[in-house]
Design a protein around this ligand. Structure first.
Ligand code: PRP
Length: 183
């Protein structure tokens, strides 16, 4: 299928993201002030930029682990079937855990991952998502901390891809298909 041409309009600047992460880090530090070591779990691949910035802002002892879940593949629509492609390296039983997600859309990914992690009996399990699209939700899930609530736009950048492209944009952008302009 030939690729549709598109441009990316900036939606949330790198500066706005950094300021928001600073504020969120202070709240997370408060919540976990008594932790011996917080396990920060990044959901691959989308959260790799967010987790890198977030952990460097956190003044807490942290351990970083990753879990890879996928429900989209290269498609624009969720398959609603979440596959775990890579599990955690460490044990989380009795531990304080913070799950880091780039975006909550239908909610299937986060719902599935939280179910899996809860079954391992962590002491405390909290979640943070940089972006939340509440109007798209199909499951009953909400992150404990949210960076930005956004409308139902197709977003890329800061870790988020469009068919594996644009993850390396420093800001969050909105995809605009150029052929729509002519319609
Ligand atoms: C994206 C995104 C979230 C999930 C959110 O992951 O990173 O994890 O979809 O969508 P949902 O709320 O509708 O489940 P994707 O499956 O595209 O994998 P990726 O992180 O590797 O890009």
């Amino acid at each position: 299928m030939p690729e549709r041409p598109y441009v990316i309009d900036e939606m949330i600047s790198a500066k706005q993201i950094a300021a928001r992460i600073e504020a969120l880090a202070r709240e997370i530090e408060k919540e976990f002030s008594d932790t011996r070591k917080l396990v920060v779990v990044g959901l691959l691949r989308g959260s790799f930029v967010f987790i890198a910035d977030l952990v460097r802002e956190l003044d807490l002892p942290v351990e970083v682990d990753f879990l890879e879940a996928s429900s989209y593949g290269n498609a624009m629509e969720s398959s609603r079937e979440v596959r775990i492609l890579k599990d955690l390296r460490g044990e989380i039983e009795g531990r304080d855990v913070l799950v880091v997600e780039d975006i909550v859309d239908t909610g299937y990914t986060l719902t599935h991952v939280l179910g899996l992690l809860k079954s391992r009996n962590p002491k405390r399990l909290k979640t943070i998502a940089l972006l939340d699209k509440p109007t798209r939700r199909e499951t009953d899930v909400k992150a404990d901390w949210i960076g930005f609530e956004i409308p139902d736009e197709f977003v890329v950048g800061y870790g988020i891809d469009f068919a594996q492209r644009n993850r390396n944009l420093p800001h969050i952008g909105k995809v605009r298909f150029v052929d729509e302009d002519k319609a």
